[in-house]
Design a protein around this ligand. Structure first.
Ligand code: SF4
Ligand code: SF4
Length: 601
């Protein structure tokens, strides 16, 4: 298939993976990267293997194994996932690959849906693994087949850095034909290469260093870097990623011309940087997040003895946090080059928008669990939590900590080990438990913590788009597979108090949590109820609820429950339930006046 198609950036990346004749794809969901595997997994015809792995480290190792056998492989994750996969990544740099291997990492400047905004390019510098960075979704698609070739040529994995704007932007994409598969898949024994005992690692480290110059040389002539020298002007702009597109528009809007270097590869094209510095007196480096290029440009300028002034983040002209846009670039360029332009003042917000804190969906079973948990353990108890929809429990006062995926149980243990006397009840989702919670629970049991662990099993990985996990009995392509039983798994790790509850049954949940709280040691409670969104997609419909205004006393207790379907009329001083009601019925148990009931059919 060729032609054009209007598509999401991540769908374009998925298309690039197919065009590059991939053999194996693995990944762990995380916004803004998830749609890449979702798109590939939903294809009707596929001549490659695909999986959601239990975490990024495992996904990286699956892709590495495939590559060792000569297959082209891709692993996808979001930026924080690369921390989880950093262990295999660093040694894979030494070991290298056989079949082309592309590590797709989606960064999230401005933390739209992340706990930090780290810059993946730092991992490229750290590991000495080359990195490619597109400026548009079209480039993102086109870069992937090249990334496979580059990886095979230098026998090293290649990092592909996307950002939220690339992954979630939409664009008209020119498609290319799908390449023919050529390589033979066959693992060949070669312990010197594939076994990183110290003797071999000592040989591979100099090898890794030795290929850097070749890779750098290749990038000097790469079409992913574009240099244009403006002979009439002595100012220059160096930019990368989507910031390069913003910077070009900013120059247009300011009505100025400048020499321009767009960088799409790491190591950066040093000759091009030198050429630009030689022709300019002032240069601004425009890049989102870390000053990776800026630092390297300063080193190049110093080594060569150029006097060019280099502006960017170190002098505070551009921010080191958050996403960029054309206004930010205009302001930075104007400040760097002393241009007075009223156009670069961002428009002021004429009207104050109402604050809308994120909330769990109407009918979310987590709301019931949190309600009972707070009732049983008390507001003063300690509630470590984790990454997932249930982090929104912060609105209910039931999320006291969120560090990273899988950390809630270990943090709970640490708080107990420190000598905290208040009850400690931590929460973790099903996918997150598989991701990195299992080790934490094992540690808590082994080291005799006295905590309650609530596994919120909503039968999916909800927050990233409802991807399957090992607790669902379905693979990435929705084929049936084994269903890991949480209760048996927890018991096998040595937990002696393990109970399963339905969070829609608040009385039974309360009874179990009371006993879990009283239990000395690690008590595990699995709150099992499908996410209402998944349930609705499967055609499960419950009867909605209503408020009988004759019985409603206007006490507002139901409002505090935080369900978006419950409203309050300030004139009549009565509660009501809107059309968002999903029929969970949890609010019935909240009202002391029996004013909430099922809508009569
Ligand atoms: S998506 Fe599912 S799990 Fe997440 S808040 Fe909504 S109902 Fe709850
Ligand atoms: S809790 Fe019951 S009585 Fe109180 S406002 Fe809500 S519906 Fe009315």
């Amino acid at each position: 298939m060729s032609g054009r198609e209007y598509m999401l950036g991540n769908v374009a990346i998925a298309r690039g993976i197919v065009e590059g004749a991939v053999d194996v794809v693995s990944g762990y969901p995380g916004t803004p990267s998830s749609e890449i595997v979702d798109t590939l997994a939903s294809m009707n015809e596929r001549d490659f293997y695909i999986e959601w792995s239990v975490n990024e480290k495992v996904a990286m190792e699956v892709a590495a194994g495939a590559s060792m056998a000569g297959a082209r492989s891709v692993v996808t994750m979001k930026h924080v996932g690369l921390n989880v996969a950093a262990d295999p990544l660093m040694t894979l740099a030494y070991m290298g690959v056989k079949g082309g291997m592309v590590i797709i990492v989606a960064d999230d400047p401005s933390c739209h849906s992340s706990q930090n905004e780290q810059d993946t390019r730092r991992y490229s510098v750290f590991s000495q693994i080359p990195c490619l960075e597109p400026s548009t979704p079209q480039q993102a698609k086109d870069m992937i087949p090249y990334a496979f070739e580059l990886s095979e040529k230098y026998e090293i994995p290649v990092i592909f850095r996307s950002t939220t704007r690339i992954s979630h932007g939409k664009s008209d994409i020119k498609l290319a034909p799908v390449r023919q598969k050529t390589g033979e898949i066959k693992f060949e024994k070669n312990p010197d290469r594939w076994v990183m005992v110290p003797k071999n690692a000592r040989v591979r480290h100099p090898h890794l260093l030795s290929i850097q110059q070749d890779i750098r040389g290749e990038f000097e002539f790469s079409g992913w870097n574009e240099l244009s020298i403006e002979a009439e002007n002595n100012i220059g702009v160096i930019a990368c990623g989507t910031a390069a597109v913003y910077a070009k528009e900013a120059l247009d809007r300011l009505g100025i011309t400048a020499s321009f270097l767009k960088i799409g590869t790491y190591p950066i094209p040093e000759d091009s940087v030198r050429q630009l510095l030689a022709k300019t007196e002032q240069v601004i480096v425009i890049e989102e997040l870390e000053p990776v290029i800026e630092d390297q440009c300063k080193v190049i300028a110093r080594d060569v003895g150029f006097e060019t002034e280099i502006f960017g983040k170190a002098d505070g002209i551009l921010p080191r946090t958050g996403e960029f846009n054309v206004d930010i670039c205009m302001e930075g360029i104007a400040r760097a080059f002393g241009i007075d332009s009223c156009e670069c003042k961002p428009a002021t917000q004429a009207m104050e928008l109402p604050v809308r804190p994120p909330a769990m969906c109407p009918g979310c079973s987590h709301r019931g669990t949190f309600h009972v948990m707070k009732k049983v353990f008390g507001e003063d108890a300690v509630f470590p939590s984790d990454i997932g929809c249930y982090t929104l429990g912060i609105q209910h006062g039931t999320v006291d900590t969120t560090l990273c995926m899988g950390a809630s149980i270990s943090v709970a243990s640490g708080i107990y080990d420190a000598g905290e006397k208040k009850p400690i009840c931590c929460t973790i989702g099903d996918s997150t438990f598989f991701h990195t919670g299992i080790n934490s629970l094992m540690n808590a049991i082994y080291n005799k913590s006295d905590i309650t662990v609530l596994i919120l099993d909503n039968r999916t990985t909800a927050m990233t788009g409802h991807q399957p996990n090992p607790g669902m009995g379905k693979t990435a392509t929705y084929e049936p597979t084994v269903e890991v039983a949480f209760d048996k798994l927890c018991s096998a790790m040595g937990a002696e108090f393990v109970e399963v509850v339905d969070p829609y049954d608040m009385d039974a949940t309360e009874d179990v949590l009371q006993r879990a709280k009283a239990y000395e040691g690690v008590s595990v409670v699995i709150a099992k109820r499908a996410c209402v969104i998944s349930a609705a997609r499967e055609g499960i419909r419950y009867t909605p609820f209503m408020v009988d205004t004759n019985l409603c006393k206007g006490c507002r207790k139901c409002l505090k429950f935080g369900c978006p379907a419950i409203e309050f009329d300030e004139v009549s001083k009565k509660a009501s339930i809107n059309s968002m009601c999903s029929g969970c019925g949890l609010c019935v148990e909240i009202c002391n006046f029996d004013a909430i009931m099922e809508v009569k059919k």
